[in-house]
Design a protein around this ligand. Structure first.
Ligand SMILES: Cc1ncc(COP(=O)(O)O)c(C=O)c1O
Length: 366
């Protein structure tokens, strides 16, 4: 039976390829890998991912609870700022809590005294080419950077989280930036028991030098006597998922346009935010179309792509690499039908794990 589009299709055999690389890296480097739920929180595949990863990290009370209840293993809590009314519950779900500022640590250290506490450091450099996503942008609120201010609170924390890699597939750049971190924060690192180097490292990519990366992490761990964590989001799920859509209409307004039953704004919002086009495969052939979403936003456009044949109403368009920062950000803009979530099992069987109905739309508002 063919499923009704739109739906996200998670392919476990492709997910497995990433998981095996993560497991190999853990083995070679000794580092632990926590899934960053901000990127991917589709818990139906957590049973599958659990064997290859050490747990989850979070950016809110809801995420830390989901990680604890649905993934288990080690659960890290982080948030840019905790509110008084949520801190007790956060602590109840977490093994470690990482405060974003010394002020938050001061305020909540006692409430979190029963679990491991840490602080986010901001090294002032990153690999981000996008101001919007650059944790080291001028006046960044993401973490403390002054060693002299952090040293006096070392009695209340045992480790740090540093997230400054963004979409970084360049090992040499990672290596250089880690060198800068070591130079800047050596006095703090020497007193730490653990350091999380955050996410943003594309080490599951086909050409990434995994062995060199593992060696660098191991060396860093040995030099400071720390347990190293990574928080892969995108690297965990890259290329594992497609967004399956169907052509609803065709127009020519100087260019051939195809409108599909999805929306970039509602279902792949990150592409719009970062002004990237979607990925289609194979993207070859003599027929070029602009693939457009069905929301009323004039710029609801997935991109221009080449096809072997002329498109017709009812054709299937598969948008590639649709797992990261998509399902966690999908929304009800225009009331567009929210994509279902389906999983292709290792034996090829496809099962739908979630469908969204009018009731979900109505209940998202009041
Ligand atoms: C603190 C932290 N950890 C992990 C991640 C995951 O990053 P990515 O999905 O690029 O691996 C992010 C992304 O913003 C982050 O801010």
């Amino acid at each position: 039976m063919s499923l009704t589009t739109p739906y996200y299709l998670i392919d476990k055999s492709k997910l497995l390829a990433n998981m095996e690389k993560i497991a190999l890296l853990r083995e070679r480097s000794g580092a632990k890998a926590l899934l960053a739920l901000k990127c991917f929180a589709t818990w139906s595949v957590f049973d599958f991912m659990r064997d290859y990863m050490d747990g989850t990290t979070s950016s809110s009370l809801n995420e830390v609870r989901l990680g604890h209840e649905r993934f288990g293993k080690e659960t890290h809590a982080y948030s840019v700022a905790y509110a008084d009314y949520e801190i007790d519950e956060v602590v109840s779900h977490a093994d470690k809590i990482i405060f974003n500022s010394i002020a938050q640590l001061d305020r909540f250290a006692d409430k979190a005294a029963g679990i491991v506490r840490g602080l986010r450091l901001n090294p002032g450099i990153s690999s981000s080419s996008f101001d919007l996503a650059d944790p080291a942008r001028p006046f960044s609120r993401l973490g403390e950077w002054d060693v002299n201010k952090v040293e006096p609170v070392m009695d209340r924390i045992s480790g740090f989280m540093i997230h400054n890699n963004c979409e970084n597939g360049d090992f040499d750049l990672f290596d250089r930036m880690l060198g800068v971190i070591e130079e800047k924060f050596a006095p703090l690192l020497k007193k730490a028991e653990w350091v999380s180097l955050g996410g943003g490292i594309h080490f599951t990519g086909e050409t990434y030098p995994l062995e060199k990366f593992a060696e660098r992490l191991k060396r860093f761990a040995g030099e400071y006597g720390v347990e190293v964590y990574l928080e892969p989001g995108e690297a965990s799920i890259t290329k594992s998922t497609t967004l399956e859509t169907t052509v609803l209409d065709l127009l020519n307004n100087g260019k051939d346009l195809a409108i599909v039953d999805s929306s970039i704004e509602a279902h792949m919002l990150d592409l719009l935010i970062y002004r990237e086009k979607a990925k289609l495969s194979p993207n070859t052939g003599p027929h070029r179309y602009m693939i457009c979403g069905k929301s009323c936003l004039a710029g609801d456009i997935f991109g221009e792509f080449d096809f072997e044949n002329e498109l017709k109403v009812g054709d299937r368009i598969s948008i590639q690499d649709a797992a990261g920062y998509t399902m966690v950000k999908k929304n009800w803009f225009n009331g567009v039908k929210m994509p279902a979530i389906a999983i292709r099992e290792l034996d090829g069987e496809i099962k739908t794990v979630r469908e969204f109905t009018y009731a979900d739309y109505e209940e998202s508002l009041s």
